[in-house]
Design a protein around this ligand. Sequence first.
Ligand code: DGJ
Length: 739
Amino acid sequence: MSAHIYVSGDTAAPSFNLTNKNLSYIFRVSPEGILEHLHFGSRVEPSAHYPSGPKRLHRSCTLDFQDSKLYSLSDVPQEYPVFGTSDNRTPALHVINADGNTTQVFRYASHRIVDDKPMLDGLPCARGGDSKTLLVTIVDEVAQLSVELSYTIYADHDVVARSSQVFNNGERSVSIEQAMSSCLDLPAAEYDLLHLRGTWARELNQERMTVPQGRFILESATGTSGNVHNPFVALMDKSTTEQHGRVFATAFVYSGNFAINIEKGEFDSVRVTTGINPFNFRWRLGAGESFTTPESLQVFSGAGLNGMSQIWHEFIRQKVSPLEFYKQPRPTYLNSWEAAYFDIDEDKVLELADRTKALGLEMLVVDDGWFEGRNDDTSSLGDWYSDSAKFPNGIETVAQKVKQKGLKFGLWYEPEMVNPESQLFRQHPDWIIGVPNRISSKGRNQLTLDLSREEVQDYLFERIDSVLSSGHIDYVKWDMNRNMSEIGSFALNVDQQLETPHRYMLGLYRLVDKIISKYPNVLFENCASGGNRFDLGMLSFMAQGWVSDMSEPIGRLPIINGASYLFPPSVLASYICPVPSHLNGRKVSLKTRAEVGFFCAARGVSLNAEDVDQDFEGLTRYAKMYRETADDVVNGYFYRVQYDQNEVVWQLNSEDGNTVYLGYFHILSAANLPFRKAHLVNLDAAKQYRLVDSDLSFGGDALMNMGLDLPYVCAMQQSDADYLEKGDFASRLFVFKRT
Ligand code: DGJ
């Protein structure tokens, strides 16, 4: 069944049902002309009338909407609400009109339906395909403003993509204080919310909590989407589990300041508004101009959180990730960062390349430290020329030599930054994000370049292009290691200073788009001190991301688990780190390091020559395993089977379902533990699954309904075959073949 948009009711006040085989998104125009939200959830057959709930309220302290007696917006679910005309909840739009007040009333004016999905100008967004888009225009004649709301429904994805475009139809400027991309008003109920929170090296940790009365805000104001809250939230019934129940989720396709407001109002309905963070934001909208919000994606699952994740994973792979790479097995690699840090030169690169080759890995990545004067993190960002002492023949020549060994070559950049200690800053001190007469705070000794300026974008394009045009670069790690501070642009007018962060994002997207359009076959990896900008905006340009600097696998377990709520394994990168971990000092076996990393599509190592030689045999074995399973992981289906403080079980089914990987991770050891089972999911109940390297075979029904006995730690154990290895941080990767 394909995507449909049904319009019913009378032409002045129609109802809309956007539907596919599973899903309906329904709203109507009320007699007052207000867009009232009716339903987001399981499919509802198109109809002339839908139940729309009581609207006539007799409640003290509740305002009637204008002169429509007994109609109040205070508890009416709406599509794009404003403040101050009987609804005092968080608005979707808040504008200072040309006459100085903030009152607007938007009424339905018209709609049109188009095949497929229009792309957003200058902003990343999901691709269309088998989809239909409804564009609804609402107008305020007094304020001389209109908004076009865009809704795309897909045939094969239970996703509704939304964005809004605000038009100033008047002759004077107005000031947009808040323009959210979407509003979802859910009916009164007790909900839980799940979000992904963290900080550096502890990104994307899941937190599930009751939706409280009042306003709970997930946000960033750092100029990045950030690592404190990810621009994603899932609301669900309290009874929802990983496998069962209703989930309503939102993810924002944007990499800068965002806000997701979850507001449980006085009558217990819950409003979720998603968009650019209104805090520290203001946009002057001149006469005749329009402002386009980024895209907000809504998902509904009736099959629990795993069901939700399956929808996100498929959608992100097929509609968000770059087409060139989303199905491509990722090259296994050696990255120089934890192997050598800044102590890198031509000889060392070639030495690491030899190890890369000997291990059977496919790509060598030269991380930080290759450009002019960069010997530590105090200088040189901005000076994107090969360091003449370390690479006298240029990085391109080294890349060529590495490629002659039969390897791919990857290179690190941090284009958006500049050290005060650099040629670039000395030449262009005003090219930074900053404000007059203030000292700019540094982060990692660096400042943020003002990417809202075209000349800055052009400089960076020219520098990166000069290396990529050699044709020897297969992969770029695009890093970004500080948040914004003292936010302003020396190129913008006084009354536009608060536009800086969004203009920065538009400039960044423009630059990245220009580079990637010229080099579509170069694999880009998104990184921002790990996961400080791990969002669907960046991931629509870059096929994968360095999800966290926490390379130690036990520290990485909650990060990958949390990430998996939204992100498929195809966008996750990982590597086998040195021991003890440089991040937390933990000593973890090669087996566990390799088996946790297994669940990310981009897999490699970051080890120096000595470490490689010491574990050569094991590393070679895992490199082979990584190569041989690369296709299964990039195209497979990932499920969370179990997650608690001490035990984690993940499952990955290959695309054809013939191979099933079950990773079991046991964090702290203990003696005499209870026996435990893992219930596998999404197997073929009628088929047998043979456990590789054993003579055991189980029915799919048995593995799902009875569960697989998990290995056990035993003080008296003779071998590791039936038991888990003794000690902390143990793991076991079971591989089943469907027969
Ligand atoms: C931060 C990244 O997250 C690391 O992987 C590494 O690339 C360093 N930057 C290099 O400075």
